[in-house]
Design a protein around this ligand. Structure first.
Ligand code: SAM
Length: 354
């Protein structure tokens, strides 16, 4: 059964009534076609009695379709104050089921708006909590990276279980997110998304369906957090290994791995290859999730032994200076120890210097 709203002005009439011209510099492109907004809402799954958070509702097309379901509570978060009066019309019609937050989603702590009673243990099915949004592309990509980190740490909306996400992205970005091993679009984003979530590209919306139309097509993507990530290491470590491996996605991994370590320690790259048994001439886009996991295991064990390796960044001159000072200190310590007690355990000294 679908909920009926009292008669309301159409989205187009709200735009005219409140003079809501899309701001090009904010990449505002609106969906006025209620068949498409319904399709986005349906792709989020069953919302009956659920808690839904919509990010960037704008003039409220998706919001309306959400309110037509039997959801229990909808919270919308909109940065541009001009949209608040139009959204208030919808909130009034929704009779207590909708709340408006005027704010920036990149600064919001969503866990504070989610009711505790919808929480589920992580290992259960997803809780009846849904995050939905058609945001500008320059917001949706940094937002998903932030949310993936929260999924990995089970914080924010993921304190409540494996909360699902349904978001729009530029079609090419969505294709990279779902790209499998050996695919042309396989990149760091593919590994970061697939490591933590089951991810589905639901459907494509042609750019011309928006007002004003963007130059690109748009994809609706759903993310369902996995019970266990495919790579069992902290988000930052996985992100670093992926960043280095995919910096030049066509280069052999023996070269990309080498950038994880100072140039005067080639033995560490050799260790990464020997321990994992991965062919040194494999290119990044050919690496499976299992290969990525093996590289992260070995990198982690190197960093446990030599902790400053985790901070090493070959592109930051300050960091390299710091690393060199540590190397000088290590060399001095080693010389001292060899002179004093004949100990030559290089790695023991390295880990103490970190
Ligand atoms: N969802 C509406 C639709 O489909 O017609 C509007 C889409 S428009 C592409 C993006 C909306 O997100 C705009 O209303 C914009 O003001 C809002 N927005 C942009 N950045 C935001 C942010 N950081 N936090 C919350 N809302 C944001």
């Amino acid at each position: 059964m679908r909920m009926r709203l009292p008669p309301l002005p159409t989205v187009g009439e709200i735009i005219r009534l409140y003079r809501l011209r899309a701001k090009k510099h904010l990449s505002q492109n609106f969906l006025l076609d209620l068949n498409l907004t319904k399709k986005i809402v349906c792709s989020a799954g069953k919302l009956d009695n659920g808690f839904v958070c919509e990010v960037g509702p704008g003039p409220g097309g998706i919001t309306r379709s959400l309110l037509e379901t039997n959801l229990r509570q909808l919270v919308v978060i909109e940065k541009d104050r001009r949209f608040v009066p139009g959204l208030q019309l919808l909130a009034d019609a929704a009779e207590g089921r909708m709340a408006i937050v005027h704010g920036d989603i990149l600064l919001c702590d969503l866990s504070s708006v989610i009711p505790q009673d919808v929480a589920r243990p992580w290992e259960d099915n997803s809780p009846n909590i849904h995050l939905i949004g058609n945001l500008p592309f320059n917001v949706s990509t940094p937002l998903i990276i932030r949310w993936l980190e929260e999924i990995s740490n089970k914080t924010g909306p993921w304190k409540f279980g494996r909360t699902k996400l349904t978001l729009t992205f530029q079609k090419e970005v969505a294709e990279r997110m779902v790209a499998r091993t050996l695919s042309k679009q396989r990149c760091r984003l593919s590994v970061m998304c697939q490591n933590l979530c089951d991810i589905h590209l639901k459907f494509i919306i042609p750019g011309k369906a928006f007002v004003p139309p963007p130059k690109v097509d748009v994809a609706v993507v759903q993310f369902i957090p996995r019970v266990k990530p495919m790579i069992n290491h902290p988000f930052k470590l996985v992100e670093k290994v992926c960043r280095h491996l995919f910096h030049f996605r066509n280069k052999h991994c023996k070269h990309t791995l080498a950038t994880l370590f100072p140039p005067d320690m080639p033995e560490l790259t050799a260790e990464m290859l020997e321990e994992t048994g991965i062919n040194p001439e494999t290119r990044s886009y050919m690496l499976s999730m299992g290969d990525m996991s093996k590289f992260c295991d070995t990198y982690r064990s190197i960093c446990d032994r030599i902790p400053f390796m985790l901070e090493y960044n070959y592109r930051d001159p300050e960091n390299i200076k710091k690393y060199h000072n540590k190397r000088i200190m290590v060399t001095e310590m080693l010389e001292d120890r060899i002179l004093n007690d004949g100990i030559t355990d290089d790695e023991d000294v390295l880990s103490k210097a970190s």
